[in-house]
Design a protein around this ligand. Structure first.
Ligand SMILES: Nc1ccn([C@@H]2O[C@H](COP(=O)(O)OP(=O)(O)OP(=O)(O)O)[C@@H](O)[C@H]2O)c(=O)n1
Ligand SMILES: C[C@](O)(CO)[C@H](O)COP(=O)(O)O
Length: 232
C-alpha cells in the first residue's frame, strides 16, 4: 500500500468583513506581498506537501493576478473556484472538487489563508506528531489568560475555568475520506476538528505558535507584519 500523501487545502473565499478593508483580507499586502501569497509560498516550499489547493470565490477577481505574478507556484498550486457561503462549505466544496486527485486515506492539511505566519517547521511538526495517528489533529495554543464570560452590559458574568483549554489554530489535518464524511454530516462547525468530534472521535492537539494567529481585526495587521518581517 502506498504511503499516504499530504495535501494542503487553503480556504480563501471569505470577504474579511471584521477587518473592514477595501479588498478581501487574504489579498491585503503584508510585508510586501498579499497575505495569501505568504501561505501559498510556505506550503509550496514544504517538501512534505504533494500539492496545494486554494479555494476562492467563484467570482474572485484577484487570484489570477496573484498567480501570474508567482511563476514559481505554477505546478505546485491549483486554484479551485468553489468557495461557499461559509468556511465549512468552502472546505467541503474543495474536498469534493479534488476527489479524483486525492485518495481517501491521503492527509488534508486545511489552513486559513488568514494565518500568514505559518512556517515550514510548524507544518513539519504537525505532520510528524500525527504520522501514525488514527484520527488526525490540529495546531493549537494552550490558553494562558484568565477567561471571563461577559453579560450584555460588558460586566463579568463569570470566570471560566481555563485549565485544559486550548485555542484552535490551523492547519487541521485529517484524512480526505474521514474529513469529507464529517463535514457533510455536521450542521454548522467553525473548524474541521469540530466536525470530526461530532463523529465521537478525539483529534490530537499539537502545540502551534503565536505567530500563526488569524488576522481578523484591524489591529491584527500590524502584528502580522511584525512576525512576517522577523521571518525575513
Ligand atoms: N465563506 C468563506 C468564509 C471564510 N473562508 C476562509 O476561511 C478563513 C478563516 O475565516 P475568517 O477569518 O472568518 O475570514 P472571513 O470570513 O473572510 O472574515 P470575516 O468573518 O471577518 O468576514 C479565511 O481564510 C477565509 O478566507 C472561506 O474560504 N469561505
Ligand atoms: C478554523 C479556525 O481558524 C480555528 O480557530 C476558526 O474557527 C475560524 O473561525 P472564523 O470565524 O471562520 O475565522
Amino acid at each position: 500500500m502506498n504511503p499516504s500523501r499530504h495535501f494542503a487545502l487553503i480556504p480563501a473565499a471569505g470577504v474579511g468583513a471584521r477587518l473592514g478593508a477595501a479588498i478581501p483580507k487574504q489579498y491585503m499586502p503584508l510585508a510586501g506581498q498579499p497575505m495569501l501569497m505568504h501561505v501559498l509560498r510556505t506550503f509550496a516550499a514544504a517538501s512534505e506537501i504533494s500539492h496545494v489547493f486554494v479555494v476562492v470565490s467563484p467570482d474572485d477577481g484577484y487570484i489570477a493576478d496573484l498567480m501570474a505574478a508567482a511563476p514559481h507556484l505554477q505546478g505546485r498550486v491549483t486554484v479551485l473556484y468553489h468557495g461557499g457561503a461559509s468556511r465549512q462549505a468552502s472546505v467541503l466544496n474543495g474536498l469534493q472538487a479534488v476527489k479524483a486527485q486525492v485518495d481517501e486515506d491521503d492527509w488534508m492539511l486545511v489552513h486559513d489563508a488568514a494565518r500568514p505566519g505559518l512556517t515550514q517547521d510548524l507544518i513539519a511538526q504537525l505532520i510528524a506528531a500525527l504520522k501514525d495517528d488514527r484520527v488526525g489533529g490540529l495546531l493549537a495554543l494552550p490558553v494562558v489568560d484568565t477567561l471571563k464570560r461577559g453579560d450584555q452590559n460588558a460586566r463579568v458574568a463569570q470566570t471560566v475555568e481555563r485549565s485544559g483549554l486550548w485555542a484552535a489554530q490551523t492547519p487541521q489535518m485529517f484524512r480526505h475520506g474521514l474529513l469529507t464524511r464529517a463535514l457533510t454530516l455536521a450542521e454548522a462547525v467553525t473548524d474541521e476538528a469540530g466536525a470530526v468530534e461530532l463523529l465521537g472521535l478525539q483529534p490530537r492537539l499539537v502545540e502551534g505558535s503565536p505567530r500563526n494567529f488569524k488576522v481578523t481585526l484591524p489591529h491584527d495587521v500590524a502584528l502580522a507584519e511584525m512576525f512576517l518581517k522577523e521571518q525575513v
